[in-house]
Design a protein around this ligand. Structure first.
Ligand code: BG6
Length: 793
């Protein structure tokens, strides 16, 4: 009997970890197994867990194990018992079990289950005594204890401590503790949780569950890739894939779980875990030996390390309209309370690997949408240009869809467009579907696909519960995997903090309000949201238009506008300067600063200024941090990432600062600064840049010229400087060369700069205290570009 069960298990998983000691040799030890669900009357337990354990009981009852089930919770027994009883009565048998047998199994299951209040250490001690007594009285041997923690993560460490201190099984029996997601709130919180739990439980005892890994289609992704390797290898790359979409749409709201949901939101609830896991399975490099889980895990971790960092420009967020009222009600908040928790998000991810370079991977999920459906879609480019017979299969979209369930199809399946290839079946547990009802899936009639589906449909929780019971960990989340995922998502969550989600009515009424599109490196909602601009914030003396106003700041020209308009104007001014310079002398010398403000400008140039004379432009840096240019801290890195790699500029026209020479960083005797100076003198006529873009730091620094440091640099054009913040060492252009420029633009953006802008407008010019005030072009022009947020606060 065991041999059979084991063989089935191995056939559905790609890889296997060494099973726990008592199961080596493929034969679980028999004896008594106690199952304890902590949080046993909660939503999840009610919907899935009890049913999953009943399934386990049904499957295993005849194999020699005996079971007892404890529903644990904080409430006293008299309150919780009737609720638990009602849930237990609701469990169901699969279709192949006769009504008679089902009634018998249910009755047995009910007899084996009981409620136990689990709040204090004493309660856990009592439970321990009870478990021991039961085993002794019935003359059984204890095989193991399985705790399922279906409670918020903040309670884990305390419960684990109590289990460890008072409720470990007898020597020789196993302990397995299942931990529900979301496992943590951000990277640091998850790290603390991992460390705290390690004080009470061994790693092999912890099963961090992500129920998506129990979905048949999700666990079929790697086997599908393996079985169809010869078809996929040539096309699984940026040259052939247009984009990958991973989507989980729901019609339900968050009512009844707001106390949890409002702290987490859609990204933490499903994107950081479920959708990210799917993304890694789709894109990790397949190891040579697919039967080794460690190799798969290592490749997964490698993938996390090459995901491009996220920030809010790569995301759109929304919130369904009635959510805020639900928060006020469930959390007892006043009517003026505003929750910014997103219930909808779309995020674009890129992988920094030659294979996937530039390929957008879009992860989307939301509550209160028009339908319930989950899928991952790999959409291929179609190079065929159909001249006439465009209804033919060859002219249609080419896609592979991993359909998790629900939606129009209603069952889990893997679909491959017939114009791609005829896929191999994953394994003997899957069948090809050839008879279909009339239905279309993501734009194509079902008959345009090769379809395969599992012969027997299994519920994800039941599947994973069975794997815990067998001590199989390959479909659970390891600590490294977890931290890598939080490490990836935390910067986005931080950058979205305080952002206003787009409000949507819910259901079909959302129409196209949540549609979004890719704009270069950014995601944008496709329809405009109405922005109301307070009248006192625009216009005034010198106003030229509603969007942009021109005025004076510190005695020189200033342009001010809302951020997008400001950037648009600056990009236009820059292109005008470039064209004029190229017309006059054949080249345009542009010196650019680092920091976050210019990024929007770079993107604007990439996306809207196709006629910019890049071929005749030389790009210089106004300053650089003394770090390798490949590091995210480096100004060049951002310049390259957001601008240079997207435009046709000759390599020889790009002039990064030589901060790394002789394999060391900014060492005076390596003479990096004089080297850069020499290049400027050699290439830039009278060392006068045509256009210099500067920013201002909170302390008034510009380029890498900081308050309190040397102002007079003799004749030097380039120097090494010290910054008060890390990385301390910098290389910078000096006032000598900055003030020789034809035009200097100082770009200041964001509310956080308002204080600075106000202060600067009042202070006297004093470059030692306020370096930016030392920028006074000798014969060129200085223009301030300040957005409304920075100007008006
Ligand atoms: C859970 C989330 O993990 O996944 C829920 O907490 C979400 O908010 C659910 O509804 C979706 O799972 P499924 O299996 O219905 O797609």
């Amino acid at each position: 009997m065991w041999k059979v069960v084991w063989a089935v298990l191995l056939s559905v998983t790609v890889c296997s970890h060494r099973a726990e000691a008592e199961e080596e040799g493929g034969k679980p030890s028999l004896g008594h197994v106690s199952v304890v669900i902590v949080g046993s009357t909660g939503d999840l337990a009610k919907k899935y867990l009890w049913q999953g354990f009943f399934q386990l009981y049904m499957n295993q009852v005849s194999n020699g194990h005996s079971f007892s089930f404890y529903g644990g919770g904080l409430s006293p027994a008299d309150k919780a018992k009737p609720i638990l009883f009602k849930i237990l009565k609701g469990v169901t048998c699969s279709e192949d079990v006769s009504a008679e047998r089902c009634a018998l199994l249910k009755e047995q299951f009910l007899r084996l289950a009981q409620y136990k209040q689990l709040n204090t250490t004493k309660h856990y001690q009592e439970l321990n005594t009870q478990l021991r007594q039961q085993v002794t009285q019935e003359g059984l041997t204890e095989a193991g204890r399985l705790f399922y923690l279906s409670v918020p993560a903040f309670a884990y460490a305390d419960i684990a401590k109590k289990i460890n201190g008072s409720c470990r099984p007898a020597t020789g029996a196993w302990l397995r503790v299942v931990l529900e997601k979301p496992f943590g709130h951000d990277f640091h919180n998850a790290q603390t949780l991992v460390t705290d739990l390690a004080n009470s439980l061994e790693d092999k005892e912890m099963y961090r569950i992500d129920h998506y890994l129990g979905k048949q289609v999700v666990s079929g992704i790697l086997p599908f890739r393996k079985e169809n390797k010869r078809f996929l290898d040539p096309i699984w790359n940026k040259h052939h894939i247009e984009r990958i979409e991973i989507v989980l749409k729901e019609t339900l709201d968050a009512k009844g779980r707001i106390s949890f949901y409002d702290q987490y939101g859609v990204i933490r609830d499903v994107i950081q875990n479920h959708l990210t896991e799917v993304m890694t399975l789709l894109t990790l490099s397949l190891p040579a030996n697919m039967s080794n889980c460690d190799d798969i895990l290592q490749n997964k971790l490698k993938l996390f390390s090459v995901l491009k960092p996220l920030d809010k420009r790569r995301a759109v967020i929304g919130q369904y309209q009635s959510y805020n009222a639900e928060v006020q009600q469930e959390l007892n908040k006043t009517m003026d309370h505003v929750s910014l928790t997103p219930t909808f998000a779309g995020v674009m991810v890129h992988i920094d690997m030659a294979q996937y370079d530039g390929l957008p991977i879009i992860l989307t999920s939301g509550k209160m949408l028009d339908e319930r459906v989950g899928y991952a879609r790999v959409l291929f480019k179609n190079e065929i240009f159909c001249v006439q017979n465009y209804k033919s299969i060859y002219c249609k979209p080419k896609q592979i869809i991993f359909y998790f369930g629900h939606g129009s199809l209603q069952y889990p399946a893997i679909l491959v467009s017939k114009n791609l290839f005829k896929p191999q079946l994953i394994n003997s547990e899957w069948k090809e579907v050839t008879e279909h009802k009339v239905v279309s899936v993501l734009g194509l009639p079902i008959t345009d696909y090769y379809v395969q589906m599992p012969i027997v449909q299994k519920e994800a929780y039941a599947e994973l519960i069975s794997q815990v019971y067998h001590g199989r960990k390959e479909n659970f989340i390891s600590a490294e995997n977890l931290l890598a995922s939080w490490g990836f998502w935390t910067p986005l969550l931080e950058s979205l903090h305080g952002s206003f989600p787009r409000i949507y009515p819910g259901g079909a009424e959302n129409t196209n309000l949540l549609d979004f599109h890719l704009q270069g490196q950014e995601l944008k909602f496709s329809s405009e949201a109405v922005v109301v601009i307070p009248q006192d914030k625009v216009g005034g003396a010198g106003s030229t238009s509603f969007q942009t106003m021109q005025g004076k700041y510190k005695g020189t020209d200033m342009v001010s506008a809302w951020p997008e308009d400001l950037v648009e104007r600056l990009a236009a001014d820059m292109q005008e300067a470039a064209e004029a310079a190229v017309r006059e002398g054949g080249t345009f010398h542009l010196a650019l600063s680092g920091g976050s403000s210019p990024i929007a400008l770079f993107q604007r140039l990439v996306e809207h200024h196709y006629s910019f004379p890049w071929r005749d432009t030389h790009v210089w840096l106004v300053d650089e941090r003394c770090v390798p240019l490949t590091e995210v801290d480096s100004n060049f890195f951002h310049l390259h990432d957001n601008l240079l790699q997207h435009v046709r500029i000759p390599y020889t026209n790009i002039h990064p600062m030589p901060v790394q020479l002789n394999q060391r960083l900014c060492v005076e005797e390596d003479r990096g600064a004089p080297l850069y100076e020499k290049d400027i003198l050699h290439l830039v006529n009278t060392s006068s840049f045509h256009f210099v873009l500067l920013g201002v730091g909170f302390d008034g620094h510009t380029a890498s010229l900081f308050p309190g440091s040397q102002v007079n640099h003799g004749d030097s054009l380039v120097v090494l400087t010290e910054s008060p913040v890390k990385p301390h060492q910098r290389m910078s252009l000096t006032f000598n060369v900055l003030n020789r420029a034809h035009k200097v633009a100082v770009l200041v953006m964001g509310k956080s700069k308002h204080e600075l802008v106000t202060q600067l407008s009042r202070v006297k010019d004093d470059p030692k205290k306020w370096p930016i005030t030392g920028v006074q072009p000798n014969s060129g022009k200085l223009v301030w570009y300040i957005d409304y947020d920075a100007l008006l606060g």
